[in-house]
Design a protein. Structure first.
Length: 170
């Protein structure tokens, strides 16, 4: 039974990764970073429906594919992965949607943005300060999280939130 549950979660994560990759052209360049609100929507959906580890894995795979296709930057890795993990962790621990949303914004907009500093300076050779990416990542994650709130609220009102959680955990 556990194997079947894991396969369902893996398939759902793959579909959400595909959604994020297909929507890659909807990015907004801000300095050396690309703001990508759809990634934050996917992070929240993964965090709420699949949990922190699948969210982290989906964010990594999406960032990797986007970088291979040339639609992302190396800054996508720390930003999306921190947001997805913190969102999923907070939701899994407390089962409160507002905490999942805060987890995405803080994880990406603050923690992930600050972790971009060494990536930008040491790997990409860009001049940057520690807080350089906080505002653009914060704006992007807030926009994507607002979109996610609309989707998740609609799912909840329609009874789909409980159905998805039950289906993915049995």
């Amino acid at each position: 039974m556990k194997r079947k549950t894991e396969l369902k979660k893996l398939a759902a994560a793959a579909l959400l990764c595909a959604l994020a990759v297909v929507c890659s052209p909807l990015s907004i360049p801000v300095g050396a970073s690309k703001c990508f609100p759809v990634q934050h929507l996917v992070n929240v959906l993964c965090g709420v429906f699949l949990g922190p580890w699948y969210g982290l894995g989906a964010a990594f795979v999406t960032s990797l594919i986007r970088n291979i296709l040339g639609t992302g930057s190396l800054l996508a890795f720390p930003g999306s992965m921190c947001g997805a993990f913190l969102c999923g962790f907070l939701y899994q621990k407390f089962k409160k949607l507002p905490l999942a949303y805060v987890g995405e914004v803080v994880g990406t907009g603050l923690i992930g943005a600050m972790l971009c500093f060494p990536v930008a300076t040491l790997i990409m050779g860009k001049e940057a300060a520690l807080f350089t990416y906080v505002i653009p990542f914060g704006i992007s994650s807030l926009g994507g999280t607002i979109i996610a709130i609309v989707f998740v609220t609609a799912f909840k009102k329609a009874g789909l939130l409980d159905m998805f959680e039950k289906s993915l955990n049995t």
